[in-house]
Design a protein around this ligand. Structure first.
Ligand code: BES
Ligand code: MN
Ligand code: ZN
Length: 511
């Protein structure tokens, strides 16, 4: 990963391939954002005018590269658009800084070192710039013959990610700044780990190898891990996980990976949907709907990354991750539409559509997680196409059995710069899942399909446990062009929200 340093150098004297400055949209045209004073001075105080002449407007995502003026050691200045300038006296929005740093890092692919001279009011702003740079510099090359992975032959320096991001204006000797930078580095590394897992094709990542990744990380960072294999799952009565996984040559796994802290007063359970490939099963998805379904384990990847982050940060809270891993395939041994499964909870489910598999594996994991009576449960899943139709590709939907908890989760998501929206759980939709043969069917009304899925999950959450469900089907996997710090492919959606939730729980900020 890109190295991160906090530097006390001035933007004029720092040794780097490029200096990154911020350009914002002011009332009367481009304004150069604070942090770049020394650069502006080298341009005779006319940097904003120079940028405007070059066609810049300060719009979000805009990149203007120009040769540095005399007096600046770095040969290139890169001005990145930050969007609307804040009102006088207000600080720049942290998410705007995160996106700007990400855009700049992407535009500096192939460079060894870039110095970021962006407006840093406080340690949190420094963390946002650090996160943006490290996330924006991400690239996935493990499966390119000229990449950096196992199949690497030679590495093309021009396409290598930015080597080092030096953050100017942060205070390297200040405890708060140092901690913020270390947190940003750990968080970005783990988000990038989640992205790697999501981007890994399903012929290279199945439930067994995913579980092995969890075991390796647990060993490295001192977490406790247990893996239930197909024998243990059968014996334990995990009908949801087995029912979904039984059509595949690669059998399911349930992973429990736990961070504990001796001073912890609270326990958070995180449950992730980990379908390493979703073909739809016997209710096969048509072509056009299955090409990106390696991403259907994004929830498990997010939970995994969040638990490891909690351990690496030594948070004073217990965080237990449950990874519900299975591959959904059609075959002679696959579950058929109409089959009835007996779930881990004892409830029976009529499987009307084998493509509604996420809720089946999650249900078992939710029941199992509830047995340990955690203080709260959050599940994360690429659960429904309906949520993508409702909210688009940037927001995840949040449902919950507790209004206050849902509001807290949304507020936390907003705070860390993840877009989300609250969704209702209308109880009248439950009757659509009535089954003539079993306790419940795995499908109901088509309209409001994301809410129906949430209502299904709710029935498997232990009585009295606050629970939230994040449907990340929209933001988990990005098919368009990269933007901000968001690359093509796996995004690591929800990791930042889960980590901040763990931190808030540790601090006793949540009920
Ligand atoms: N993994 C899909 C949901 C999905 C769709 C994720 C698009 C990411 C992008 C899920 O398993 C699924 O197939 N859901 C069905 C449920 C339906 C059969 C009730 C859906 O949303 O169509
Ligand atoms: Mn499906
Ligand atoms: Zn799925």
């Amino acid at each position: 990963m890109t190295a991160l340093t906090l530097s006390t150098s001035s933007a004029a004297t720092v040794r780097a391939d490029a200096v990154v400055v911020g350009a914002a949209k002011g009332a009367k045209g481009v304004v150069v954002a604070p942090g770049a004073e020394a650069v502006d001075k080298a341009f005779g105080g006319k940097l904003a005018a120079v940028l405007e002449t070059l066609g810049a407007s300060g719009a979000e995502g805009e990149v203007t590269k120009l040769p540095a003026a005399d007096g600046i050691k770095a040969p290139v200045v890169l001005a990145v658009g930050l969007g609307d300038a804040p009102a006088k006296g207000d600080a720049y929005d942290h998410e705007a800084l995160r996106r700007g740093a990400g855009t700049a890092a992407r535009a500096l692919t192939g460079s060894r070192k870039a110095a970021f001279a962006l407006p840093l009011e406080d340690a949190e702003a420094a963390a946002a710039v650090s996160e943006g740079a490290l996330l924006g510099a991400y690239s996935f090359t493990a499966f390119r013959s000229n990449g950096t992975g196992k199949n690497a032959k030679k590495n093309d320096a021009r396409s290598a990610p930015l080597g080092e991001a030096a953050i100017l204006g942060a205070k390297p000797r200040d405890k708060e700044h140092k901690a913020a930078a270390e947190r940003a580095q750990t968080l970005a590394a783990e988000i990038n780990r989640a992205r790697d897992l999501i981007n890994t094709p399903s012929n290279a990542l199945d439930p067994k190898s995913f579980a092995a990744e969890a075991q390796a990380a647990a060993k490295e960072f001192g977490l406790k891990v247990e893996v239930l294999d197909e024998k243990a799952l059968t014996k334990g009565g995990y009908g949801g996980l087995m029912g979904v996984g039984q059509g595949s040559e690669a059998p399911p796994r349930l992973v429990r990976i736990a961070h504990t802290h001796p001073k912890a007063e609270k326990t958070l359970a995180l449950v992730g949907k980990g379908i390493t490939y979703d073909s739809g099963g016997i209710s096969l998805k048509p072509a056009g709907h299955n090409e990106t379904m390696k991403c259907d384990m994004s929830g498990a990847a997010a939970v995994f990354a969040a638990v490891v982050t909690a351990a690496r940060l030594g948070l004073e809270v217990n965080v237990t991750g449950w990874l519900a891993l299975a591959e959904n395939m059609p075959s002679g041994s696959a579950t058929r539409p109409g089959d009835v499964l007996t779930m881990y909870s004892g409830k029976t489910v009529e499987v009307l559509n084998t493509d509604a598999e996420g809720r089946l594996v999650l249900a078992d994991a939710l029941t199992r997680a509830s047995e340990e009576s955690p203080d709260a449960i959050v599940d994360v899943a690429t659960l429904t196409g309906a949520m993508v139709l409702a909210l688009g590709h940037r927001h995840f939907g949040i449902m919950a059995n507790d209004d206050a908890f849902r509001a807290s989760v949304q507020e936390i998501a907003e705070e860390v710069g993840e877009e989300s929206w609250p969704m209702p759980m209308p109880s009248h939709l439950r009757k659509g899942m009535d089954s003539p043969v079993a306790d419940i069917a795995n499908m109901g009304e088509r309209m409001g399909g994301g809410l129906v899925a949430g209502l299904f999950l709710k029935e498997f959450v232990g009585e009295g446990i606050p629970w939230a469900h994040l449907d990340i089907a929209g933001p988990a996997f990005h098919e368009g062009s990269p933007w901000g710090y968001t690359p093509k492919g796996g995004t690591g959606s929800a990791v930042r929200t889960l980590v901040r939730l763990a931190e808030r729980t540790a601090a006793g900020d949540l009920g």
